[in-house]
Design a protein around this ligand. Structure first.
Ligand SMILES: *Cc1c(COP(=O)(O)O)cnc(C)c1O
Length: 352
């Protein structure tokens, strides 16, 4: 007799961790919104307490209708999940398994690799150019076994961006059987006019999905709410694979209220751009190389001192994220915080 064993590949997964803080740390490690969330969303969350004994609407009809109204989409092609993260997992499980390949760019969001492994599929990393996804390298990584290609746009942790034109070129050259997933978790932060969140491709092709989240600009990371905009056939597949109640009553009610408060999203975008550029300039002045970012974090090249700097910051109660798991051991990912937090970061860096 032997003890239960997981499927091949599962034990090779290193669980995703976000460093736990000490007492009231300065959290610049999880790309959360330092402004918090909309007051209207908070009120809706509190009001949801009266429905705690009820199951949520498994179809999330009101939330999907609100999303469809805001974005001018067909609600039946929207699928909600417990964060975009759960949708990445559902998509991977639905479309890839043993013997299949899942392509992503070398410094792409780490969950693509982990969920591919969890599904028994083979993750395939395509080389990048200057820490930016390389469309041609992505295309040459495709084989008949490729089932899914994930692109985070903007990408975490590099902050780099592909234009709508590059995405369109990519989709045009990708074989039809490959599902292209554009993960636009930071879309609300982007102001570049050439940016493509993938939405146009979802409308124009039968094999592209766009993912979005309430965790970043909406400031609701703790709520666990994300959504995908899909071709009808893909939505039908995801609805079979997802749990029947994968978004809670509180998540649905709070999400609807957050969508109705676009002023908060605009405020978050404007604040983030100003603080990000100020922080980047100060870091550069301090002699560090900072990569251009379209999101709410900066990738900072710390040379051979990345670990030392991260530990020094942690000792001063400031948390940032190591990017060695992304193949960038010389870098740190630093979330743009409040003005005061960014100032604390800069003076701590000077000490270190
Ligand atoms: C933060 C993030 C997500 C997912 O966030 P959820 O909290 O699960 O919605 C997805 N993709 C990227 C690239 C991210 O950075």
């Amino acid at each position: 007799m032997s003890l239960p064993q997981p499927r091949a590949g599962i034990l090779e997964i290193k669980p995703y961790t976000v460093t736990a803080g000490s007492l009231h740390p300065v959290c610049l490690n999880a790309n959360e919104n330092p402004l918090g969330c909309s007051e209207k969303a908070r009120a809706a969350y509190i009001a949801a307490q009266n429905q705690l004994h009820r199951y949520p609407d498994g179809g999330a009809v009101k939330l999907r209708t609100a999303l469809a109204g805001l974005h001018g989409m067909d609600a039946s092609r929207i699928v909600c999940g417990a964060g975009a993260d759960e949708l990445i997992s559902i998509i991977t499980r639905a479309y890839a398994g043993a013997g299949d390949e899942v392509v992503y760019s070398a410094h792409g969001f780490v969950m693509y690799r982990l969920y591919a492994k969890a599904a028994g599929a083979t993750p395939v990393a395509a080389a990048e150019r200057n820490l930016c996804a390389d469309v041609d390298a992505l295309l040459s990584s495709v084989t008949p076994k490729t089932k899914i290609m994930f692109i985070a746009n903007p990408n975490n942790p590099t902050g780099s961006l592909l234009s709508a034109g590059e995405l369109q070129y990519l989709r045009g050259k990708l074989p039809e059987h490959v599902l292209l997933v554009v993960d636009a978790a930071y879309a609300e932060y982007v102001e570049d006019k050439d940016y493509g969140d993938g939405r146009a491709l979802v409308d124009a092709t039968p094999n592209t999905v766009m993912l979005r989240t309430f965790s970043k600009a909406y400031g609701l990371a703790g709520l666990r709410l994300g959504w995908g905009y899909c071709p009808q056939e893909v939505a039908d597949v995801l609805n079979r694979v997802r749990g029947p109640f994968n978004t809670s009553v509180a998540a649905q009610e709070t999400g609807i209220a957050a969508l109705a408060d676009q002023d908060f999203v605009v405020k978050s975008r404007v604040f983030n751009i100003a603080e990000r550029e100020a922080l980047a300039a100060s870091l550069q002045k301090a002699g560090l190389r900072v990569y251009p970012s379209a999101a709410n974090f900066l990738l900072v090249d710390c040379g051979s001192h990345a670990d030392e700097i991260r530990e020094g910051l942690a000792a001063r109660n400031i948390l940032v994220t190591p990017t060695s798991g992304y193949g960038l051991p010389h870098c740190l990912r630093i979330t743009v915080g409040l003005e005061d937090e960014n100032t604390q970061l800069l003076s701590a860096l000077k000490e270190i």
